[in-house]
Design a protein around this ligand. Structure first.
Ligand code: NOJ
Length: 489
C-alpha cells in the first residue's frame, strides 16, 4: 500500500541526498544484475546496452547510483564472479564501447556508476592461471597431505560446499574458497597488488565512480593455513574470524586502495569510492572496513524499505525489490546456473540458492518475457508476473513501485534526511519511533494495530493509517513517516 498522504516540504536548496560532495554518504544505490535487467539483442540474456536503455527508469525511480554486477570476460561458472579478463567486457554483455556508453549516459542522467571488482579469486581461465609457472607464483598452491599427497593440504571447505582445494594433474593442490573454477589469488605476491591497482585505474579512466569490492574480507589467509577443526564451515562464516576470512591483513590492502581512490579523485576533480562486501562476525569488526583511511562503505541489504530509507546513511536496493518480486522457488534443476546449487547444501556449503532472485525483470506485457528482451529469458519467468511489471505498477498508488518512487522522492526533497541527525522517541512496546530532519518515523513491529497519540500529519505509509482526532492507529507490520516541522522553515 503506497500512500503519499500530504505534500512534502519544499525542495532543499541543493544539491540533495546522493548528489553533492560526499555523495556516497547518503546515496541510494541500485544493484543492476546485468544478466537479468534488460536484454537489447534478443538472446535472452540482459546486457549493457539493455541496461543503458533502461537507465531513465532508474533516474525516475529516484536512485542516485547504479552498481553493475560483473560484466567482464568470464566463462560464467559463477555468474561472472569468475573473471578471465578484468579489462574486457564479456561478449554476452556487449563490449567496451557499450560500457563506455552506459557510463556516459548514466552521468548525463545524473546517476553515478559503481562496478564490481573481484580480487579474492580469478577464473581458472585467466591467463595467469593458465600459465603453470605464473599460476604457482600468483595463486595459493600447496602440496597435499598423506603418503602420496592425495589429501587436501588442510580441512578448509568451499563456501559453495565440498573441499576448498582441487588437485592438479601435477599432483599439488590449489585453494578455491568458492567454486573450483575460481582459484584464490596469493596476495603475498606484489604482482597481484599491482595488477588490481592497474585494473582500478583502467575503469576509473573510463569514468566509473567507484568499486564494490567482492569478498573484501577474503584476500589474506592466516599464515600456515591452519586447520579449522570441524566441518560445516559455511555456518561459521560471519560468526567468527576464520583463517580464510576477516584476517587483519586485509585492511592494509584497503588502505592502499583508499589512497589510490582519493588520489585519483583529487587529480580528476571527482569523488570515487570503494564499497566493501565484507562478512565480519561483529559490527565492531565490520566497522574496521570503513575506518577513515579504508573503504568508504560496507553495504548491507535490509528488509523493511521505509525504515531503511528513513535511517541515516546510504541505502542499497536490490534489483526487482522495487517491484516486490518474490523469489522464484520452483525453478527446475536443469535451468539453474548457481554453482552453490550444485555444490551447496548437499555438500555442506552455503544455504539457499541465488538463481531464484536472479530471474529477469518484468517490464511490460501479459506474458514472459514481459519486455525483458525479444528472445525469451535465460531463466524462466513465472506465468503470473503480469501484475508485477513496471508498466502494470506505474501510477497505481497501491503498488510497491509507487511506494519506492514516493519514498525516494521524499528522501531527496527533505533536507538533511540522508545525512542528518537521528533521535529515538518514546513509543509503546513493539513500536520504534525516531525523528530525522523533517520527519518522524514509526514502525509497528507487532502483527496487530497499535494506538498512540497522533504525532502529526502522515507523509507516507506502507499500510493505511487512521488518525482519529488526537489518536493515530498504526496498522500491524507497518512503517509510517510523519511530517514534523524542520528548523528554519
Ligand atoms: C559474493 C557474491 O555476492 C557472490 O555472488 C559470489 O559468488 C561470491 N562473492 C564469489 O565471488
Amino acid at each position: 500500500m503506497t500512500q503519499e498522504l500530504t505534500s512534502p516540504s519544499p525542495a532543499p536548496q541543493a544539491p540533495g541526498p546522493g548528489r553533492g560532495p560526499g555523495w556516497w554518504r547518503d546515496a541510494v544505490i541500485y544493484q543492476v544484475y546485468v544478466r537479468s535487467f534488460a536484454d537489447s539483442d534478443g538472446d535472452g540474456v540482459g546486457d549493457l546496452r539493455g541496461a543503458r536503455e533502461r537507465l531513465p527508469y532508474l533516474r525516475d525511480l529516484g536512485v542516485d547510483a547504479v552498481w553493475l554486477t560483473p560484466f567482464y570476460a568470464s566463462p560464467q561458472a559463477d555468474g561472472g564472479y569468475d573473471v578471465a579478463d578484468y579489462r574486457a567486457v564479456d561478449p554476452l554483455f556487449g563490449n567496451l564501447q557499450d560500457a563506455d556508453d552506459l557510463i556516459r549516459t548514466a552521468h548525463d542522467l545524473d546517476l553515478r556508476v559503481i562496478v564490481d571488482i573481484v580480487p579474492n579469486h580469478t577464473s581458472d581461465r585467466h591467463p595467469w592461471f593458465r600459465d603453470p609457472e605464473l599460476a604457482r607464483q600468483r595463486y595459493v598452491f600447496r602440496p597435499g597431505k598423506g603418503e602420496d599427497g592425495e589429501l587436501p593440504p588442510n580441512d578448509w571447505e568451499s563456501v559453495f560446499g565440498g573441499p576448498a582445494w582441487t588437485r592438479t594433474d601435477r599432483g599439488d593442490w590449489y585453494l578455491h574458497l568458492f567454486a573450483p573454477e575460481q582459484p584464490d589469488l596469493d596476495w603475498d605476491n606484489p604482482d597481484v597488488h599491482a595488477e588490481f591497482e592497474a585494473v582500478m585505474r583502467f575503469w576509473l579512466d573510463l569514468g566509473v565512480d567507484g568499486f564494490r569490492v567482492d569478498v573484501a574480507h577474503g584476500m589474506v589467509k592466516a599464515s600456515g593455513l591452519p586447520d579449522i577443526g570441524h566441518g560445516q564451515q559455511a555456518k561459521l562464516i560471519g560468526n567468527q574470524v576464520l583463517p580464510f576470512f576477516d584476517q587483519d591483513g586485509v585492511h592494509a590492502i584497503h588502505r592502499t586502495w583508499r589512497r589510490l581512490l582519493d588520489g585519483y579523485g583529487d587529480t580528476h576533480g571527482r569523488q570515487v569510492i570503494g564499497v566493501a562486501e565484507a562478512w565480519a562476525p561483529t559490527a565492531e569488526r565490520l566497522a574496521l572496513y570503513v575506518r577513515p583511511d579504508e573503504l568508504h562503505q560496507a553495504f548491507n541489504f535490509r528488509a523493511a524499505t521505509l525504515l531503511m530509507l528513513a535511517l541515516p546513511g546510504s541505502a542499497y536496493l536490490y534489483q526487482g525489490e522495487e517491484l516486490g518480486l518474490p523469489e522464484v522457488t520452483d525453478l527446475p534443476d536443469d535451468v539453474r546456473q548457481d554453482p552453490a546449487f550444485f555444490r551447496g547444501s548437499r555438500a555442506g556449503g552455503q544455504d539457499g540458492f541465488r538463481d531464484g532472485c536472479r530471474v529477469p525483470l518484468p517490464w511490460t506485457g501479459e506474458a514472459p518475457p514481459y519486455g525483458f528482451g525479444a528472445g525469451g529469458s535465460w531463466l524462466p519467468q513465472p506465468a503470473d508476473w503480469a501484475p508485477l511489471t513496471v508498466d502494470a505498477q506505474t501510477d497505481d498508488p497501491d503498488s510497491t513501485l509507487e511506494l519506492y518512487r514516493t519514498a525516494l522522492g521524499l528522501r531527496r526533497r527533505l533536507p538533511g534526511l540522508g545525512d542528518g541527525g537521528m533521535s529515538w522517541q518514546p513509543a509503546p512496546d513493539g513500536v520504534l519511533a525516531f525523528t530525522r530532519p523533517g520527519l518522524l518515523c514509526t514502525v509497528n513491529t507487532l502483527p496487530h494495530d497499535v494506538e498512540l497519540p497522533s504525532p502529526g500529519t502522515p507523509l507516507l505509509s506502507s499500510a493505511p493509517v487512521t488518525v482519529n482526532g488526537s489518536v493515530a492507529v498504526l496498522p500491524g507490520d507497518s512503517c509510517i513517516w510523519w511530517a514534523i516541522p524542520t528548523a528554519g522553515r
